[in-house]
Design a protein around this ligand. Structure first.
Ligand code: ATP
Length: 445
């Protein structure tokens, strides 16, 4: 038996029954996926710590992304740029002046809110008083810090609010060291920081989060076809995440709502338990970023084609993926409950390639040394093959199954007395709960 290598048909993902955000939050805490950041000290708003299963699921998503968009695509180059960057990066990109959200303060309780996200702009959501908000002011969301022992104007730096600028600043380095043909892309995954006015909805709006971004450099005349290609690739990606396509919505952002430099933007939205919200964005950014770098740095960002045709500053298609929002969508799409033997069961129908644990191995009885020894053998062989394998000999078999169901382990393997005779084990399927006898040799082949 071999776990399928991310092969899912476009029709496989089904819309899950309604799930509440609280169900996801409590499962994540109960089973060690995500904890509140600095919990022991009362927490720090907008920050989250990933436990063993959370970090594994997150890495599985990141690795799948890297495989699909970097390893398996032609003309893709990965980078891992520093989080702290020269302040000129953020001046040139416009973040110092315009990366702001409108902030209002309640004159009664001093609560601060993002003006454009208030459900009732006249009523304070904390104290309930009406008409207590003053004028909204522009609040810059970048976390400022200083680099080196002297804190002055020149030492100002910021925790990056997006990974994209680390890509743009390396555009010339990639061109000069790899001589790529246009179109080509540069990809980066990593932390981004935004001092969100009101972090909310679990990891959906955090102050520290991870992005997976690509800048795809194209000839200005060819941006449309590349844009279409990226829409298709995004759809394939959602399918690999196990998201039902009916729950993903493509919102063509109107010209009036687009950034001034963008000629086309699609927000991919997902039906989260909190409503339909942005999962990721795809934007045609023209030559805005490279032209800014050229202007502020004084260095040419022109690309010279190998065929001798005219040089140009490439235009850019930017698919920008938020890891936490993908993570949340994956959990919401996988969350199921049913009844087994008269008892309520919760399970995560995660795609096998994302499941944090691939197999759980148990001896039927933990006080029979011969069963334990054989089960340890099977465990060692599976661990060598898949890495993420769990050993569980606590409680009865039914309880072990429930624990694994809740964390989305696709298969539970049980070694019993028959195993000692015929080298077969029981393999139980998470979704159907069906059990099959399988030869150990088949399991590890
Ligand atoms: P929003 O309108 O929801 O604030 P945005 O349009 O500002 O998002 P972008 O700047 O386009 O977001 O960032 C790209 C992606 O990064 C988003 O689609 C989202 O997946 C993710 N992202 C942005 N802000 C956050 C956040 N505070 N917490 C978690 N993920 C985020």
């Amino acid at each position: 038996m071999v776990l399928t290598q991310y092969s899912r048909s476009m029709t496989q993902n089904t819309i899950p029954p309604t799930v509440q955000l609280d169900d996801i939050v409590s499962l994540c805490k109960r089973r060690g996926f995500i904890f509140q950041g600095s919990e022991v000290y009362g927490g720090l708003a907008g920050t989250w710590d990933y436990g063993p299963l959370g970090v594994q699921l997150k890495r599985n998503i990141m690795q799948l992304w890297w495989k699909m968009f970097v390893d398996d695509l032609d003309g893709m180059y990965g980078v891992d740029a520093a989080i702290l960057m020269n302040q000129k990066v953020w001046q040139a990109s416009g973040h110092v002046d315009t990366f702001t959200d409108p902030l209002v303060e309640c004159a009664n309780c001093k609560g601060r809110f993002r003006a454009d996200k208030l459900t009732d702009p006249n009523k304070c959501p904390t104290c309930g008083k009406t008409n207590t908000f003053g004028e909204a002011r522009a609040f810059n969301m970048m976390f400022q810090t200083s680099v080196g022992p002297i804190a002055d104007e020149k030492s100002i730096s910021y925790l990056r609010p997006e990974t994209a600028q680390g890509i743009f600043t390396n555009f010339k380095n990639i061109v000069d060291t790899f001589y790529p043909d246009v179109p080509f892309g540069i990809a980066q995954q990593g932390k981004a920081f935004r001092n969100e006015i009101s972090p909310r909805d679990f990891v959906f709006r955090s102050r520290e989060f991870e992005q997976m971004e690509i800048e795809y450099f194209v000839h200005p005349d060819c941006w449309q076809e590349s844009f279409e290609m990226w829409i298709e690739l995004c759809r394939k990606w959602f399918n690999l995440l196990g998201l039902p396509l009916e729950s993903v919505h493509e919102l063509e952002v109107l010209e009036t709502d687009r950034a001034h430099y963008s000629k086309r933007t699609i927000d991919f939205e997902y039906d989260y338990p909190i409503g339909r919200e942005e999962l990721m964005g795809l934007a045609y950014r023209t030559d805005f970023d490279l032209a800014n770098i050229q202007r502020v740095s004084g260095k040419s960002m022109e690309y010279r084609p190998k065929d001798g045709s005219a040089s140009f500053v490439p235009h850019v298609i930017e698919p920008s993926f938020g890891l936490e929002r993908a993570f949340m969508a994956v959990l919401c799409a996988a969350y199921r409950s049913d009844e087994q033997n008269g008892e309520k069961r919760i399970y995560l129908a995660l795609p096998e390639h994302l499941a944090p644990v691939k197999y759980c191995v148990s001896p039927l009885l933990k006080n029979k040394p011969e069963l334990v020894a054989k089960a340890r053998e099977v465990y060692a062989q599976l661990k060598q093959k898949y890495g993420n394998i769990i050993w569980d000999d606590n409680g009865n078999i039914g309880k072990r199954y429930r624990r694994q169901d809740e964390i989305g382990t696709p298969y539970c393997v049980v070694v019993d007395f028959d195993t000692l005779e015929d080298d077969t084990v029981t393999v139980r399927d998470r979704d159907t709960t069906e059990q099959k006898r399988v030869a150990i040799s088949e399991l590890i082949s």
